[in-house]
Design a binder for this molecule. Structure first.
Ligand SMILES: [Mg+2]
Length: 254
């Protein structure tokens, strides 16, 4: 018996190497849009940067929230629009959809790479009968899981599509993780969250989870620790259920 009953994984950047694909799609979309605005004489072009813009305003957030918070940081105000907006429409939703087209195009063309140590851990958890869920802001979560044939491992999937349907608040609110725990009949304080985004570790903390592990795929250990991660790892090589058990016990003084 373990002290924890479930592990809830973020997807992009934790299980799959799709965080980079997302970041590239966001950059391509925003740079294109900022160029258009510069051509229209609205403001001088300043590129969308990974460090300053992506990690701060976009990473881990629901699609339209990401558009909204980046544009706000540049003092750009456009109508919210509607999720059904075509990608050429100059609305928050239109721009979000434009980014999504670029993302899906890349996935279909190039496939999805996985983080092998994390998938090993998922398989070990499954064998030991520990509940495993996935909680992702992405509306492409199912597509990515099916592409990698990992969908079979997860007892529950709370993603961007499920969130929209249920009206769940996106990360950094804890809703999406709490819902995943609830679907598996586990109390958040008995569950572990694994996340790579600042907004994601904040969500784990806000949801009252027993342990929040930050995956520092970038050099952002400090940011993750400051925002709610109890422990930060750069790599999951060699991490087993026993390791999780030790961390969980230590954090919860068991
Ligand atoms: Mg992520």
């Amino acid at each position: 018996m373990n002290s924890f009953e479930a592990v809830i994984f973020d997807l992009d950047g934790v299980i799959t190497k799709t965080a980079k694909v997302h970041a590239a799609a966001w950059k391509a979309m925003f740079d294109e849009y900022l160029q258009e605005r510069a051509k229209q004489g609205k403001e001088a072009f300043r590129e969308f940067s990974y460090e300053q813009d992506y990690l701060t305003y976009v990473d881990g957030k629901p699609r339209y929230k990401g558009v909204e918070s980046f544009l706000k940081s540049r003092n750009i105000s456009i109508p919210f629009g509607n999720p059904t907006d075509l990608s050429k429409k100059e609305t928050i939703c239109g721009l979000g959809n434009r980014k999504n087209e670029k993302f899906v195009e890349t996935i279909e063309k190039e496939g999805v790479d996985i983080y092998i140590p994390m998938v090993k851990l998922i398989k070990e958890l499954k064998e030991k009968g520990i509940h495993i869920g996935v909680a992702s802001s992405s509306k492409n979560c199912e597509l990515v899981l099916q592409t990698t044939e990992l969908d079979q491992f997860f007892e529950t999937r709370v993603d961007g599509i499920v969130s929209a349907k249920l009206g769940l608040k996106g990360k950094p609110e804890g809703d999406i993780f709490v819902k995943a725990a609830e679907n598996m009949g586990v109390s958040p304080d008995k569950a572990i969250v694994i996340e790579d985004a600042v907004s994601g570790v904040q969500a784990g903390k806000n949801g009252g989870f027993g342990l929040v592990i930050g995956m520092a795929r970038e050099n952002n250990e400090e940011d993750l620790l400051r925002n709610g991660a109890d422990i930060v790892k750069k790599n999951f090589e060699g991490i087993t259920i026993e390791t999780l058990e030790q961390w969980f016990k230590k954090k919860n003084k068991l």
